[in-house]
Design a protein around this ligand. Structure first.
Ligand code: P6P
Length: 341
């Protein structure tokens, strides 16, 4: 970076974008600002995890029946605190909590937005120092302002999201988000404690050479998925195959790489888990919003993720996301072999 190149912080960017929206009163800006604060608090804990005796199980299990890691709980608590402090969030749906969390202070009860989050995704990687992330999604509430938010506020199609994003705690910490006008990435500069615009207007290549799937589950995959994996592994100069297999086991890390480089990420249904593993509200919908805003796609193998009408807070869906041409090809395999079965 040349010395005179200006830095645009997340807050400067948010306020600049707000001024472009006539009538915007700053509620979403303030909400996003508090997301940034919580991200910095969690980032500090993630960076010192090994030193703060914060590793290891919390000794409890979350609603998914998964062992709760201390950092999961830490992240959940600090995002909830920051969102309450913003006064712009009426309620939260979190992976770490079975039911929605409503706020009873007057300002929050009168707030315009509700917030879905996976406070620390990829938690199985925490203790081995592999990238992890926070994923979030913001909706306008449909329940009357001034009253307590309801579960109906959260069971909205992904197309109704007003904002979505993730923080990836990796070799550097980045916040990537969209409000429906493209995708922008901000890298945390620890020397000034600010997220700074580093990846403006992210676009995913139409085609990539990376496929991301946990092949350890191969025997449980649908035939179409098995055939697509073999297709990726064949030699074909024209399509640049064989592709490269990359799978970290943290959705945010796997998605972020493919978002920038192109590729396909698949967490399909299996005969053990017929609706897959990833959750619609706070993993697939926000990632799908970002994918589409970056010119890519996200489906359940057949249907656009963002058009699925949720019925439960923690429902799971099969998840295919990435470069348009790769999603199209994978779905051709699914369609053909499903018609054969
Ligand atoms: P598997 C992490 O636990 C997570 O929810 C996602 O971040 C990740 O993509 C997936 O599960 C990994 O699941 O079954 O491949 O270990």
């Amino acid at each position: 970076m040349t010395e005179h190149q200006t830095v645009q912080t997340l807050n400067q960017f948010i306020i600049h974008r707000q001024t472009q929206h006539e009538g915007a009163r700053g509620e979403l800006s303030r909400l996003l600002h508090h997301v940034g604060i919580a991200a910095k608090i969690v980032n500090r804990a993630v960076n010192k995890a090994g030193l703060m005796d914060i590793l290891g199980n919390y000794g409890d299990k979350n609603v998914q029946g998964e062992d709760q890691q201390k950092l999961d709980v830490f992240a959940d608590i600090h995002f909830i605190d920051a969102l309450k402090a913003s006064g712009e969030c009426a309620a939260i749906a979190s992976e770490e909590n079975e039911n929605i969390i409503t706020f009873d202070d007057e300002m929050s009860k009168n707030a315009k937005y509700v917030f879905c989050m996976d406070p620390l995704d990829g938690s199985s990687n925490i203790d081995v120092n592999v990238s992890i992330g926070t994923i979030f999604s913001i909706y306008k509430r449909i329940s009357p302002r001034g009253e307590e938010a309801t579960i109906e506020d959260f069971l909205q199609e992904g197309t109704k999201q007003v904002a979505a994003g993730y923080i990836i705690y990796g070799s550097s910490t980045m916040l990537v988000y969209t409000t429906g006008n493209g995708v922008n990435g901000f890298t945390l500069d620890p020397s000034i404690g600010e997220f700074c615009l580093s990846h403006p207007n992210i676009k995913t290549p139409e085609k990539g050479k990376i496929y991301s799937i946990n092949e350890g589950n191969y025997i449980n995959f649908p035939t179409g998925v098995k055939k697509y994996i073999k297709y990726c592994q064949e030699k074909d100069v024209d399509t640049g195959r064989p592709y490269t297999s990359r799978y970290i086991g943290s959705l945010v890390a796997d998605f972020h790489r493919n978002l920038l480089k192109g590729g396909i990420f698949i967490y399909p249904e299996t005969n053990k888990n017929p609706t897959g593993k990833l959750r619609l509200l706070y993993e697939c919908n926000p990632i799908a919003f970002i994918a589409e805003q970056a010119g890519a796609q996200a489906t359940d193998g057949h249907n656009r993720i963002l058009e699925i009408k949720p019925t439960e807070l923690h429902q799971r869906v099969p998840f295919y996301t990435g470069s348009n041409k790769m999603i199209k090809r994978a779905e051709e395999f699914l369609d053909f072999f499903e018609s054969e079965e």
